[in-house]
Design a protein around this ligand. Sequence first.
Ligand code: ATP
Length: 302
Amino acid sequence: MQVLEAQNLRKSYREKGKEITAVRDVSLRLDGGEVLAFLGPNGAGKTTTIKMIAGLILPDKGHVTIAGRNPHRDNRALRGLGAVLEGNRNLYWRLTAAENLEYFGVLRGLSRRVAQQRGMQLLERFGLMEKRKTVVQALSRGMQQKLAIAVSLIHDPQLLLLDEPTLGLDVEATQHVKSLVREIAAEGRAILLTTHQLDIAEELSDRVAIIQRGEIIAEEPTSELIRQFAGTAYRIELDAEIDEQRQSKLDALGIVVSDRTVIVRDSSLLYSVMAILNPLPLVSVEKDQATLTDVFLKLVQR
Ligand code: ATP
């Protein structure tokens, strides 16, 4: 089911008499159960787009629907939306974990009783039960982030906007937040993930949309995008020095050797190279893999 549709969004700001077009033309769509990584260099227009989707700023052009409702015309659209934007600003630091869940639940239209009940379920699920009576400012950064995500889910939204969900978290908290994101998507919710941590985006997203200067320059399934940018070279690591005789045979094929590493750029030569190296002990033979970081850099530097 289509949960989010953003069509031809445009937004300009006026600053000191000059017009800055932050978002020129952005269209995004997201189905339930899908994680879309929305990536772009600083100033590309991500935050402006997210704010238009969240109903916080009005687009100059284009429109947004969340589960079929327009957040700029119909307040009920916001019931379908949960957001964790810019760190922990969506929590009250002097309230306890349980009080935050109850407060935001009521604010989102739940009865107090339902908000409390759902709050307890979320605390249990997010491993925060023991901290339910602790004020937010006394929680660790990782716990605050998990609580922020729990709060964003209190009213059972279909769309979740997640901005830098693992920034500043230690390894364990990062792993926990990543598995929560996967679980939340597996429940059928749509997740729009913005982050500069491209390894996290690569691990969590089904699709990637890259924005640059206010326009989408690439949008594809994550694995497909990475595959297109993967190289054809092979890297062979040896556990022995290469003798002169082998070295000269490799030179004749134009193969690059650096210490105990052999790079075969023309994959049709792989078996000839392996025959020359035989029977030297191997550590690994790997095909050059692209990462989302490589893809991102190539695209935005074009
Ligand atoms: P970052 O990754 O640095 O957070 P971003 O992709 O979220 O960047 P935006 O914050 O949407 O980018 O900004 C896009 C452009 O619009 C930038 O040039 C920014 O300076 C400008 N801009 C954003 N908000 C305003 C505003 N309120 N008034 C004037 N210009 C703005």
